[in-house]
Design a protein around this ligand. Sequence first.
Ligand code: SAH
Ligand code: SF4
Ligand code: F3S
Length: 365
Amino acid sequence: MKLFIKTFGCQMNQKDSEALLGLLQEEGYFLASSLQGADIVLVNTCSVRQHAENRALSFTASLKNRVKILGIIGCMAKARGEEIAQKMPYVDIICSPAKMVEIPRFLKEAGEGKKTLALEDGARPEEFYHSSFRFEKDRAQVVISTGCSNYCTYCIVPYVRGPLRLRRPQDIISEVKKNIGLGIRRVTLLGQNVNDYHYDGVDFVGLLREIDKLDLEEISFITSHPKNIPSDLFYLMAQSKKIKKYLHLPFQSGSNRILSLMKRGYTKEKYRRIVEDYRKIVRGVLATDVIVGFPTEAEADFLETKEMLEEVKFDFAYIFKYSPRPHTAAFFMKDDVSLDEKKRRHKILLDLQKRISLNIKKEKL
Ligand code: SAH
Ligand code: SF4
Ligand code: F3S
């Protein structure tokens, strides 16, 4: 039986798929290199926007009656598992991110005709990360924390991934060392907000310092939240020869009123000061995320977001149209910016960012 995992969503999902493939390979499954020829397909899903869910749902529907065992796993399974079980009865396994370590057993049971609906949250056992399977030869991701307890009002992640849970520094370091043993030279540390990391007196900068001592070429990390950037992070980034001079620092909106409704915990003035410090101390690449059309966003709020893009001149900006997500606080606000208006604002920022990125590229030539 050949198995394939199709992954939607963020790098966290990529890493989960990799860890799971490793686990299943150790159980004796053969990994198919593409969808063609796979008897078992697991679809690892994202719920962050409606569009992400739609893509995963139509992909799964297209596999109906085409494979022996079909599973929907990951964030959307957690968010909409019960509903999927009803509407897509041909799906054999529906499994939340926290339960993934049990998928070998669920697959065995699916082979015997038993369906699984495993939606619980909980801490993942360390074994989940122990296999040696890697997608790439010289680069790997290492999870430092799962979940999130920030509860930005638009965001479903805390509900599908659970509250912030931290891996022990020694477990993280031993995984990095294992990677080095496998020939990996570059690692990316993953957390919804890496600044939230703290374990037995080790904070994120302390963890980075430890990893910086190891035999690696490059260390990067995502994502950094502007509300609690540690003051010594930029000095460490400037000093280290290994830490990539790249910061992913989502600002989401340039309007303080909207930032407060989003419960982001910083103002645009504070965001600007962080950027100034970063550029002065690190002189590195800067990337961001922006949401347009959050409930009550008026033209004046939008123009402040546009101004922030014009002023900061990010190397990369990922721009999203607000999508109401169940469970979140903003879901209970009226989604009062029309789709046409969201599309208009989205396009204006995309075009603007395209010009900025192009100019930055030209300046570097
Ligand atoms: N943990 C990361 C973000 C994870 S989600 C952080 O805090 O930065 C990635 C991006 O998706 C977010 O930065 C945000 O810009 C966007 N996003 C999240 N929820 C969204 C929603 N409901 N609608 C539109 N975009 C959203
Ligand atoms: Fe979502 Fe906010 Fe947590 Fe990021 S920090 S995952 S945007 S709740
Ligand atoms: Fe990532 Fe999407 Fe889940 S952004 S954590 S895969 S909801």
